[in-house]
Design a protein. Structure first.
Length: 269
């Protein structure tokens, strides 16, 4: 009987551990509850921040509404306003014209000095001569374009545009000269000492120039700032003139249209 297995006890499989599964479910439920609590806490904080920022947002919205509530001008009223050039325009135009005149004088003197250096006798300082010639030509070009832009309406005052965008180039040149002099003073003075005759300098003038170098740096920095001021002024004047030209053209075309309409009606009648 034992041979055929009748006398043996049946081996039963171990029952699953109910306690471990219940523990896992409880820990998961606790984690879900903790996450839910965190979400609710973050939501409450966001609502508190919104409530705290609500008065500032309301003030900002009220200010924007107040600004937008200003009555907008019609095209005719805006053209009538742009067609008039007030005292501020004439004042800024006078400043810009004075700056262009000063730039023209400086450029002309630099051009003449560069030509004298470049075509001098023995041992000419060609580097200084070329720099002075290029600098003088740029200054003369900028001032000439400014005068042209003030008097002619070509391509939306393109002359003032050219004059305006030469200012950053000249400003960069001034700062480059300052940095070069400060970085390599020994080589600069050696070069000036070697070519002082072709540059029409004497030993006494070189000594005075050495003692006045801080003043030279201040003058160059002031000229750089003046060029950036000229850029801003010329840009403002150009914008006013472009608006003035457009408004004047529209007013003239509308007046011609208004004059031609009665003639056409009389002709048709």
């Amino acid at each position: 009987m034992a041979k055929f297995g009748f006398g043996k006890k049946k081996e039963t499989a171990p029952a699953p551990e109910a306690s471990s599964s219940s523990k896992d479910l409880s820990t998961r439920q606790q984690q879900l509850d903790a996450r839910q609590k965190e979400r609710s806490a973050r939501k409450a904080k966001r609502e508190q921040r919104k409530e705290a920022a609500a008065p500032a947002a309301a003030k900002k919205e009220a200010s924007t509404k107040h600004k937008s509530a200003k009555p907008k001008l019609s095209r005719e009223e805006q053209d009538a306003r742009d067609a008039k050039l007030g005292c501020c325009y004439h004042f800024t135009k006078g400043i810009a014209g004075g700056m262009h005149f000063i730039d023209f004088v400086i450029g002309f003197l630099a051009l003449v000095y560069g030509c004298l250096i470049d075509f001098s006798g023995e041992n000419p300082a060609h580097e200084v001569g070329i720099v002075c010639i290029v600098y003088g030509l740029v200054q003369i070009f900028a001032s000439s374009m400014g005068v042209f832009g003030f008097h002619y309406k070509t391509c939306k005052r393109c002359g003032l545009t050219f004059s305006m965008y030469t200012a950053p180039v000249i400003t960069t040149f001034y700062f480059f000269v300052i940095i070069y002099f400060l970085a390599d003073q020994e080589d600069v003075w050696a070069y000036l000492e070697e070519h002082k005759d072709s540059m029409y300098l004497s030993a006494v003038s070189l000594d005075k120039l050495k003692s006045l170098m801080p003043l030279v740096y201040i003058i160059l920095a002031s000229l750089a700032v003046a060029e950036m001021v000229r850029y801003c002024i010329v840009k403002k004047v150009r914008d006013q003139l472009v608006r003035h030209d457009s408004a004047s053209a529209r007013i003239a075309s509308s007046s011609r249209t208004n004059m031609s309409e009665p003639l056409l009606s009389e002709y048709e009648a």
